[in-house]
Structure formats: structure tokens, C-alpha cells
Design a protein around this ligand. Structure first.
Ligand code: NAP
Length: 300
């Protein structure tokens, strides 16, 4: 029996654990993959208040260590469902059931796929969703990044240091990502922008050899010879397992306002998995604090 089970050990979940542990509650974190969530793959974080510059890995590791030192337990298991029993909640994983008094859902979001033919088959054979993880495989090769947000800009900057040529493919002329990052990218001699364009076809036998890029206005197509395509077109939530317990919106984000309370008594949510307008490291940490303290208050 735990006071609080937190589903997801990313920035929001670990922050919630820190607050709950400091309030003297017993905390179990359930994590499917590795601690740290999305930020662990970010090369450099420069916008977290109070820290001028830190690698995502170091940030995530510090956060994890802080929570663990305070007594949070972490188990690498996938939470597959939650049910209410009397005053308690039961969190179900493939091999276990954990009884607790309150749950915090901090499941984050996963990379959105392009949704084109052969994408799954080509993943790991030229298609990647993580430039820091896979960039080294494309040293001195030609690659492309698709997307116009901060992830795409950051990935392109990172790749431009090692790849021969980096194409940035974006469906609009305007970028969602920060002007500072865009400017840095424009200074790079080996970066070419293909705007108002999208990738419609992947070519290659055993690995990616080229992609078909289509202009969204003229529908004109060109073949781009690249061996790596880094997909950075945003995230989507994965909350289906909890959709019969808590309200989700049409995309799947858990419905909750700034107080991080769901419609279900004793179930809170924090970070990128909830409905919100700004999904940033700082707002994930803030949510963690709010949800952690709200769960403590609920338990009493
Ligand atoms: P994002 O900001 O949602 O941007 C996604 C981009 O992909 C948009 O430019 C979007 O185009 C494009 N897109 C979406 N669906 C597409 C499709 N089907 N085909 C082609 N293009 C598509 O996602 P993100 O860049 O992953 O960032 C997520 C959040 O994390 C943001 O708040 C971001 O600021 C934050 N972040 C922060 C840092 C940092 O501060 N170190 C680093 C990375 C991310 P449109 O613009 O046309 O919609």
C-alpha cells in the first residue's frame, strides 16, 4: 500500500514525487521506459529558470536522483489500468497490482508519426524520432528533419554539426520554434530549408535512400536523396488505458485545469499528458508541484 502512485517518471512525475516525499508520503513511480521522459533526449536546455544551460540527460538524472534520495521508489512497469475500490485506487501492471490512496497521471506524450507508408518498417533503417540518439549514425551523410517546432530546430542544429547536409522540411513558411534557434540555423552553411513542403513517400529497399517531398501549394514533387529522416512533428498523448476512469479530450489529453485535478476523486494529472496551452519543462515541473501537493492534501 502506497500513499501515492505516480504513473510516469518524466519531469512532471519526478517533480510530483519530490513534493510528495518531502510531505512525508510514500511514493511509487511506475515508468514504462526510462526515467526522465522527453527531456532526457534533448541536447541542451537553456530555458529552465535558474539554470543557464544543462544537458537534458543531466537535468533528468538530477531530478531522478533528487526524488530517489527523498525515498521515492521506482519500478519499470507499464500501468495498464486503474480502478477504484472503496477509498483506494488499484493500479494494474502486467504482473502486479498496486494499492494506493491517490494516483497522479504524468504519462507525458509520445512522438507523433508522419503516418505514411513504410514508416514503421523504415524506423531504425533511416527513420528516427530522436536526433541525439541516432544522429551519430549519419555522420557526413545527408539527412532531413521534418517539423517547424523547437524540437525540429534543435534537432537540425544538432545534426548540422555532424551530417554533411541537413534539409529542414516544414509545411508552412512560419516556424513555431523560437526565433533565436531559427536564426542560429540560418547561419549554418550546410542547412537548406524546404518550406511549404511535406514528405509524402519513403524510398529504399533495406534502408532509406530518398524521400519524395511535395510542395503543399503546387503539389510539385521532388526526390531528395537522404539516408536519414528525423521526424519532429510534435507529440501526442497515450492515455487510452485510463480513458474509462478520467475524462480525456478528443485527442486523448486528460482534461484538467491548472489545479491538475481530474474528474475522478483522488486522481490527479501533471505535465504534457493533460489539456494545457504551454507544454514546457518549466510547466511540467510546475504541474508536478501542484499535483503532488494536491494529492497530499487529498490523502490528508
Ligand atoms: P510542436 O511545437 O507541436 O511543433 C510540431 C511541428 O510539427 C509544427 O511546426 C507543426 O506544423 C509540424 N507538424 C505537425 N503535424 C505535422 C504533420 N502531420 N506533417 C508535417 N508537419 C507537421 O512540437 P515540438 O517541436 O516537438 O515541441 C513540443 C513542445 O516542447 C513545444 O512547446 C516546444 O516549445 C517544447 N520544446 C522545448 C524545447 C526546449 O526548450 N529546449 C525543445 C524541444 C521542444 P505547424 O507549425 O504548421 O502546426
Amino acid at each position: 500500500m502506497y500513499d501515492i502512485v505516480i504513473v510516469g517518471a518524466g519531469t512532471a512525475g519526478l517533480s510530483a514525487a519530490i513534493y510528495a516525499c518531502r510531505a512525508g508520503k510514500s511514493v511509487l513511480l511506475l515508468e514504462e521506459k526510462s526515467y526522465g521522459g522527453q527531456i532526457i533526449n534533448t541536447p541542451e536546455v537553456e530555458n529552465y529558470p535558474g539554470i543557464k544551460r544543462i544537458s537534458g540527460f543531466e537535468f533528468a538524472t538530477n531530478l531522478y536522483q533528487q526524488a530517489a534520495d527523498l525515498g521515492a521508489e521506482i519500478k519499470y512497469e507499464r500501468a495498464e489500468g486503474i480502478r477504484s475500490e472503496n477509498e483506494n485506487k488499484i493500479v494494474v501492471t502486467p504482473d502486479n497490482e498496486y494499492v494506493c490512496r491517490s494516483v497522479i497521471l504524468a504519462t507525458g506524450a509520445k512522438n507523433r508519426p508522419l503516418g505514411i507508408e513504410n514508416e514503421a518498417e523504415m524506423t531504425g533503417r533511416g527513420i528516427s524520432y530522436c536526433a541525439t540518439c541516432d544522429g551519430a549514425f549519419f555522420r557526413n551523410k545527408d539527412v532531413a528533419v521534418i517539423g517547424g517546432g523547437n524540437t525540429a530546430l534543435e534537432d537540425a542544429l544538432f545534426l548540422s554539426n555532424t551530417a554533411r547536409m541537413v534539409y529542414v522540411i516544414h509545411r508552412r513558411k512560419e516556424f513555431r520554434g523560437e526565433a533565436k534557434r531559427l536564426e542560429a540555423l540560418r547561419q549554418k552553411e550546410n542547412v537548406v530549408f524546404l518550406l511549404e513542403s511535406t514528405v509524402v513517400k519513403l524510398n529504399g529497399e533495406t534502408s532509406l535512400e530518398s524521400v519524395e517531398v511535395e510542395n503543399v501549394n503546387t503539389k510539385e514533387r521532388r526526390t531528395l536523396a537522404i539516408s536519414g529522416l528525423f521526424v519532429a512533428i510534435g507529440q501526442m498523448p497515450e492515455n487510452r488505458a485510463f480513458a474509462d476512469l478520467v475524462d480525456t479530450d478528443e485527442v486523448g489529453y486528460i482534461v484538467a485545469a491548472e489545479n491538475c485535478r481530474t474528474n475522478e476523486e483522488g486522481v490527479f494529472t501533471a505535465g504534457d499528458c493533460r489539456t494545457k496551452s504551454v507544454r514546457q519543462l518549466a510547466t511540467a515541473a510546475a504541474d508536478g508541484a501542484i499535483a503532488g501537493l494536491a494529492a497530499c492534501e487529498y490523502i490528508g
